[in-house]
Design a protein around this ligand. Structure first.
Ligand code: ADP
Length: 790
């Protein structure tokens, strides 16, 4: 049965049946998606009665006389027949005020209604919403039937309701959010802000909605923000920006603004949903953190060493760049593991390091503070000072160690050098005591012999010779010591003059020959004929070579060969002292010139030295602008010392033609007055000078000396300073007043050799200053050089 049959078999007559063709009418009703219906009343309802009664009657008498299938389906039925005959009140519950209102409107509109909304129930008692068009038929002042159509809007209503609810929920949610929430249309028109926007900015809705949201923006942020927003609107890409917003109280705070476009099924942007999150505190914190990190990074980089952070759980170690300076490895080249470091620790130090760290961790110590060696990339070991602090978590478990490592190699070396120097000083003192005592025993013996009546003249002579040798030896030791001390204090002054190297060597040989001969060595001289001119201190330079020659003699088994050669090489004088003696082990070569260095410092093998000779040699050579080198193929292979001295250029020499050594005349047979209150000392000096061919007179105090000088008119006076009564300085001053003594050479002899004493004697008018015991060579030289200021 089709729906159309339902309509054709209804009980009422349709007024339009005649107007429309039966077929067309049926088809229209059947295919209509709207519900089409006709309500009849069981008895006519007078329309002049009160509205309320009218409605009541309507509910009481109206029943569905006719409808189409579409309508039946709206109520959950399949076909029209199932619904036909149903009472109005069963479909439209009178209890619902909406329905009363619906019928009231129908009545008030003269029994016509367009788009009236009814609230009905379906087969299952579920609510249904319809939009109805009603057309009432009035006959004899009574309502007799109602025609109508209806559209089911239940789903639409439900969607609308859901939408309304979701909208309400959204607003509720948005208002509870701590962020600012906003919604804008696709064109950028801001149509919604949540409560937070209004409370923060203090703006009203009128001041906010639309395009006015930029008002509270910081002026510095405006341009980039509007550009960014325009770009987002144009490209529909998510929008994110940080800017400052002014609060109601006028302060600015930083916000992070983020917005996402919401699109329809075709991908078109419907709206923008955005939030502004207050990041002011966060930003300040980040800035402060960045600053503090930056500060830390800079100080860590500036730090001369490594700062490390060792995570004990992962064993990962972060290190600063100083790693390169310390180990030769850049941090990106190495494993950030603890193990990398441990592998580089010196095997001897590793147990100590591991134990210190383990103990700190085990006993909950604050940290550790250790020194050990770490292997550098180039293989050498670097001394480090490693100080680590242990960081604990709230459960007092060690979680990380933060520390620093500094290169202390230089300090360690200095410490070692100090210890070494200290050790050598101790050795030196022992040697010194030994060397000074050595000559004393034979001197004492000799004294004994001399006191004996029975001693033969031969014995006495030998005893004297021996004493002289021992005293010489002691004097040499003390002289060397004093020289070294003067050099160390920078108080040794060279008396430079133009001389020839050959003179220096001659003088040195004079000193060293006795020792060389005594030890049965052969001396080979290979000197150049080329005169090598120097501007040098003859005595000091001779001391250099006699020292080298003496060493060669001392450190060569008797019967060896000592070769002394000289040559001019590249504007320098090169002098070589070579022996075939005990040689020097390679490891000693670099230190041989250091003070107190002796290869074999055992007392038993002592050769009568203090280990300062070579120090003196090098210092003197240095002072002359030269240098010295040592070479030896090792123990038993002999040694060779080579001295390089700068030669004087010919034009430099010509400046002092008068002083050339060739012009210095030999000095013989002078009248000499010796003044000394120590009678034995004066006597021995007198004899010595007489033996040298001079004529000598003695005086023991000032007046005597002055009287004798006037009468004797000596060429030279050897004057002791420490005299009773008139001292040496006074006597000298007085002598200088005497007529006829202008050309007399006055030589001071004293126990004091310091600069200060030399100055004082010079001031008093002395020409020369000799330190006791007077060296005869020096005395000779003083006599030869004569008056300093003739
Ligand atoms: P001293 O001879 O008083 O010990 P030096 O300073 O002159 O002190 O020499 C230092 C050390 O150098 C000596 O003790 C010796 O071991 C070594 N030495 C010096 N000259 C020679 C040499 N020609 N052959 C071997 N060893 C030498």
């Amino acid at each position: 049965m089709s729906a159309s049959s339902t309509v054709t078999t209804n009980r009422a007559e349709t007024p339009r049946e005649d107007d429309l063709g039966q077929e067309r009418y049926q088809a229209f009703i059947r295919h209509s998606s709207e519900g089409i219906w006709r309500f009849e009343v069981e008895q006519p309802i007078p329309i002049d009665q009160p509205e309320q009664r009218l409605i009541e009657d309507f509910f009481r008498f109206a029943y569905l006389a006719e409808c189409n299938d579409a309508m039946a389906r709206m109520y959950g039925y399949q076909r029209a027949e199932e619904l036909r005959g149903i009472r109005l009140r069963e479909l439209v519950p009178p209890s619902d005020p909406l329905n009363i209102e619906y019928l009231q409107t129908f009545i008030r509109n003269g029994f016509r209604l367009r788009d009236g909304q009814s609230h009905e129930v379906d087969k299952y008692g579920l609510p249904k919403f319809f939009i109805n068009n009603l057309y009432g038929i009035i006959e004899d002042e009574c309502l007799v039937r109602v025609w109508g159509t209806q559209r089911d809007i239940t789903d639409a209503r439900r969607i609308q309701e859901a939408l309304r609810q979701s909208e309400a929920q959204f607003r509720q949610l948005a208002d509870t959010m701590p962020q600012i929430v906003w919604v804008a249309r696709a064109d950028g028109f801001h149509e919604y802000f949540n409560e937070r926007w209004y409370s923060y900015t203090g703006l009203s809705e009128d001041e906010s909605i639309g395009h006015q949201w930029g008002g509270p923006l910081h002026t510095d942020d405006r341009s980039r923000t509007s550009k960014r927003w325009a770009y987002a609107l144009e490209t529909s890409e998510p929008y994110e920006i940080e800017y400052r917003l002014r609060s109601a109280s006028g302060q600015y705070r930083w916000f992070l603004n983020r917005a996402m476009p919401v699109r329809d099924d075709y991908g078109r942007v419907l709206r923008w949903f955005g939030t502004c999150t207050d990041i002011d505190d966060y930003k300040r914190m980040v800035d402060a953190l960045r600053l503090s990190e930056e500060r830390f990074r800079l100080s860590a980089e500036a730090f001369n060493g490594i700062i490390y952070d060792w995570d004990l759980a992962t064993d990962r170690v972060e290190r600063t760049r100083g790693n390169f300076e310390l180990t030769g490895y850049h941090i990106h080249e190495i494993e950030p593991r603890r193990e990398w470091w441990v592998q580089r620790i010196h095997p001897e130090d590793k147990p100590m390091v591991e134990q210190s760290i383990a103990q700190s961790l085990l006993f909950g110590r604050h940290g550790y503070d250790i020194e050990y060696r770490i292997r550098h990339r180039d293989g050498r070991y670097v001394w480090v000072w490693d100080k680590g602090l242990i960081l604990q978590n709230s459960e007092l478990q060690a979680v990380r160690i933060v520390g620093n490592c500094v290169d202390i190699s230089a300090r360690k070396q200095a410490e070692e050098a100090l210890k070494d120097a200290d050790r050598r000083k101790d050795e030196f003192l022992a040697t010194l005591a030994h060397e000074l005592r050595n000559p004393l025993a034979p001197i004492r013996n000799a004294l004994h012999i001399m006191q004996k009546q029975k001693a033969s003249p031969q014995m006495l002579k030998e005893a004297r010779d021996m004493m002289e040798r021992q005293v010489d030896q002691m004097v040499r030791l003390v002289d060397d010591l004093l020289d070294v001390s003067r050099i160390t204090l920078g108080k040794l002054e060279l008396r430079r003059q133009p001389i020839l190297l050959q003179q220096v060597i001659e003088s040195a040989l004079e000193t060293s020959r006795p020792l060389i001969e005594a030890t049965g060595h052969t001396l080979v001289l290979q000197q150049t004929d080329d005169p090598l001119p120097l501007n040098a201190d003859l005595t000091r330079l001779a001391q250099v070579f006699s020292n080298l020659l003496n060493n060669a003699a001392k450190y060569t088994e008797p019967g060896g060969t000592i070769t002394l050669s000289s040559a001019r090489v590249d504007g320098e004088a090169v002098i070589c002292v070579k022996d075939n003696g005990i040689g020097i082990p390679a490891e000693m070569l670099p230190r041989i010139f250091e003070m107190f260095t002796q290869v074999d410092n055992s007392m038993e093998r002592s050769q009568g030295g203090l280990g300062i000779g070579l120090t003196l040699v090098r210092s003197l050579v240095d002072m002359h602008g030269g240098r010295i080198e040592v070479a030896s193929a090792g123990t038993g292979q002999g040694s060779m010392f080579t001295v390089y001295l700068p030669l004087v250029q010919p034009e430099e020499r010509e400046e002092h033609p008068d002083n050339t050594p060739e012009l210095q005349a030999a000095f013989q047979g002078k009248r000499i007055l010796v003044v000394d209150d120590n009678i034995p000392s004066a006597k021995t000096m007198g004899w010595t000078l007489e033996l040298l061919g001079h004529d000598v007179r003695l005086a023991h105090e000032g007046e005597e000396a002055l009287a004798l000088a006037r009468e004797y008119q000596p060429h030279a006076i050897l004057l002791d300073i420490g005299l009773p009564g008139m001292n040496g300085y006074d006597i000298c001053r007085a002598l200088r007043q005497e007529a006829g003594l202008e050309h007399c050479t006055i030589i001071a002899q004293t126990g004091w050799g310091q600069q200060e004493h030399r100055r004082r004697s010079k001031d008093a008018g002395f020409d020369h200053h000799l330190v006791k015991p007077v060296d005869m060579e020096q005395l000779q030289a003083a006599l030869e050089n004569g008056r300093e200021r003739p």
